[in-house]
Each structure stands twice: as C-alpha cells, then as structure tokens.
Ligand binder design. Structure first.
Ligand SMILES: Cc1cc2nc3c(=O)[nH]c(=O)nc-3n(C[C@H](O)[C@H](O)[C@H](O)COP(=O)(O)OP(=O)(O)OC[C@H]3O[C@@H](n4cnc5c(N)ncnc54)[C@H](O)[C@@H]3O)c2cc1C
Length: 377
C-alpha cells in the first residue's frame, strides 16, 4: 500500500518533473521540486517547438487529460506544412488529423513550462528555485540531458511571413539532422538540429538562414539567437538506487528527430503512477513506450546508414497519401526494429560512450548541492 504521508522530492522543474509533481500532489502526497535556475523554462528562449502527434493513435490533447494536465498553454494543431530535402525534392504535407501541436517553450506567459508551473503550484507543490541538488536528494530525478550528442542553433524573430511549418532534411545545413522554420502570428523560430560537426554551429545556422531566405525572402526583426542540446544513450532501466529517472535524465528521447516533450510528460506521469499505485516503474514505461523507444533508435541508425535514400523515403511518404498514417507506421515499424536492432544498439553504445547514465556520475560530489533563494513564486 502506498504511503501518502511520504514527502516526495523531485530534482528538476522541466515538463517531466512538473508532470510527476502535479499527479503526485493531486493524489495527496506532499511534493517539493528543486530547480537549479531562478525560474522554469530557462533552458529555452521563447522558441516554438512541435509536440508530435503521430506516434500513437491517441491525440496529444487526450493524453494531457489522462495526465491531469490542463491544456491552458499555447498549443496549436498543425495539419499542414512543407517538407523538403537537398536538391528541392519534396513538397506540401496535408494531413487529415493534426501532425503536431505547436507550443512555446521558456519562462514566459503562455509557454508549456509556465503553465505546468502554475498547475503545480495550484495542486499544492512546493517549488524551490535556485536549488541545485544531487540525485541522492530526490525520489524522482528529472534533471534533463547530460553531455550533448545532438545540438541546436537557432533564431527567434518577428517576420512578415504567413503562418507556416517547414522542415528540411539536408546534411549541408543540418549534418545528420534537419532544419525547420515555424511561423505563427508573425513570430518565427528557425533552427538547425545537427548530430555531428558541433564546431560548425555558426556556419550551420548561417546556411540554414540562407536556405530559407533563398526559397522566399522574408523580413527578420528583433532577431535573437539561441543554442541548445540534447543527449541520448542506452536505457535498460530507469531506476537507479531506488530513484526513478524521468524525461531526458532517463535517456527518454526520440532518437530519430528529438521529439522529447511527449516522452518527458509521459514518463513523469508514469513515475507518479508507480509511486501512487506501488507498481514497478520499469515495467510501466516499457509497456507504454519501450517498443517505440527501440524503434526510434533503429530508425536513427538506418537514417545514419542510408542518408539521402532514407530522406527520400520519409519525404515520399509524407508528401503523398496520408502523412499521419505514414509517420505512425514509421514510428512503430517492427521491420525497422528487427532490421537494425543489434547494429543500432552497438552503434549507440559507441556514439554515447558506453552504457552511460551520465547524470549520477557527474553530480556525485556533495558540494554540488546548492540551495540559494527559495522563492516559491
Ligand atoms: C533547441 C531545442 C529544440 C527542441 N525542440 C523540440 C521539439 O520541437 N519537440 C519536442 O518534443 N522536443 C523538443 N526538444 C526536446 C525537449 O525540449 C526535451 O526533450 C524536454 O524539454 C525534456 O524535458 P525534461 O523534463 O526531461 O528536461 P528539461 O526540460 O531539460 O528540464 C530539466 C530541468 O532540471 C533542471 N536541473 C538540471 N539539473 C539540476 C540539478 N542538479 N538540480 C536542480 N535542477 C536541475 C534544469 O534547470 C531544467 O529546468 C528540443 C530541445 C532543444 C534543446
């Protein structure tokens, strides 16, 4: 029987930590979340991100309802866009159901991060900012990525472009990854996501900007630059010394394209359920998205191996017929998993530097514990 008088400590106030906190607090637990920054969402800068809506038949908004999260943040469905690859091959994407939900990330009003913070405070969660904690201090570790092995460089600006969503698979502007331009109500985010050649960050961004400008010239005002990173490594278990790891801290990430928000929220929710219902967390996440995680790894490996050929297949599948159905099959493909399972795992071991759960090792030192101001904002 779960002990509801127990106080739960969570390290990290990103989507995974806050989703776990909201669900635990609503179930009657006392919850404290420690965040090293002075506010939520400091990892982001007001950039648009897409929450993919193709990996499961359940619409993202319905999963929010299951996870007791109100959709009172900027969250706009997109069913149309443009998808291209090097050489101009590609075209319009039109889906019968939303392919993704556009959302805003950062500490500002209307963002996913700010909304989750408000919902956590309303549920009775105590938030302690300016508090860097060791994993040993938490029951749930939600501290985000470790060392980077995928990077992002981007721009945020105001523009005269109409609303649009464009993605480009092109190793010349985003090595191993993709570039995108998202515009909503005159606000734009343009970025290059690259899996190699990290030293060429400035060049990737410059080429990406030129690429989009060459397609159609547009105004760019109040431009701000941002960088970001993510990491992926093999996940066998997300429980370490009795602590439950969630979100990117556990290695839960879409290996193929880096759509990590859904993994973050879902794993936070499952960690909460594991505590509330006294069920094994590893069994819960494996059942809900373990297979998908493995397929995304296999797909990334195949993309690395086949490069432009794989790009062509993805563009072909999304620009004709039903792009939602194509992406759903692609993200759940047993064939990809079987084809690439063992080599993909070996490749990942090599790329990520072994069975690295980098977080506990990096922060083992007790003097990394710092708790400065505690504004419960
Ligand atoms: C530029 C960029 C673009 C992206 N675009 C998309 C997208 O379009 N779609 C998508 O689905 N995903 C996208 N992602 C990935 C997505 O943002 C992440 O997967 C998601 O935010 C992970 O949530 P999380 O809760 O695991 O970690 P985080 O959001 O990183 O939150 C972790 C929190 O823990 C805090 N913390 C860290 N260490 C400590 C410590 N020792 N003590 C206390 N607090 C600590 C951090 O300050 C942070 O607030 C993008 C990522 C980047 C970088």
């Amino acid at each position: 029987m779960a002990d509801r008088t127990k106080q739960i400590r969570i390290v990290g106030a990103g989507p995974s930590g806050l989703c776990a906190a909201i669900n635990l607090a609503r179930a009657g637990y006392g919850v404290t979340v420690y965040e090293r920054n002075d506010e939520v969402g400091r990892r982001f800068h007001g950039d648009f991100q897409g929450i993919e809506n193709w990996s499961t038949p359940v619409d993202f908004r319905d999963t929010l309802h299951t996870m007791s999260i109100a959709p009172d943040f900027f969250c706009r469905p997109y069913s149309e866009g443009e998808f291209r690859m090097r050489g101009g091959y590609g075209g319009a994407v039109t889906s019968p159901r939303p392919l993704f939900y556009l959302t805003l990330r950062g500490p500002m009003e209307g963002s996913l991060d700010r909304s989750l913070k408000t919902q956590a405070l309303d549920a009775g969660v105590t938030l302690k900012f300016g508090c860097r904690r060791n994993p040993g201090d938490g029951h749930i570790i939600a501290a985000g990525p470790g060392k980077p092995n995928v990077m992002a460089s981007g721009l945020i600006f105001r523009t005269d472009l109409p609303d649009t969503a464009m993605a480009v698979l092109h190793n010349g502007i985003a090595p191993g990854g993709y570039a995108y331009l998202l515009v909503q109500d005159g606000r734009a985010t343009l970025a290059s996501i690259y899996y190699r050649d990290f030293k060429g960050a400035a060049e990737h961004l410059e080429r990406t900007t030129r690429y989009f400008q060459a397609g159609r010239s547009f105004s760019m005002e109040g431009t701000r630059r941002f960088t970001g990173y993510g990491n992926f490594y093999p996940v066998r278990s997300a429980v370490h010394r009795g602590r439950l790891y969630v979100g990117e801290a556990a290695g839960f990430q879409d290996f193929l394209f880096g759509f990590g928000i859904r993994y973050a929220l879902t794993s936070g929710y499952l960690a909460a359920r594991s505590i509330i219902e006294g069920r094994a967390y590893d069994l819960l996440w494996r059942k809900v998205f373990g297979r998908q995680l493995a397929v995304s790894l296999a797909n990334r490996y195949l993309l690395q191996c086949f490069g432009p050929l794989a790009h062509r297949l993805i563009i072909w599948g999304t620009t004709r017929g039903n792009p939602w159905a194509f992406m759903n099959r692609f993200y759940n493909s047993a064939a990809s998993r079987l084809l690439a399972h063992a080599p993909a795992a070996r490749w990942l071991q090599k790329t990520a530097g072994g069975d690295s759960r980098p977080w506990p090792a990096r922060t083992a030192s007790p003097n990394r514990n710092r708790c400065g101001r505690h504004p419960t904002a």
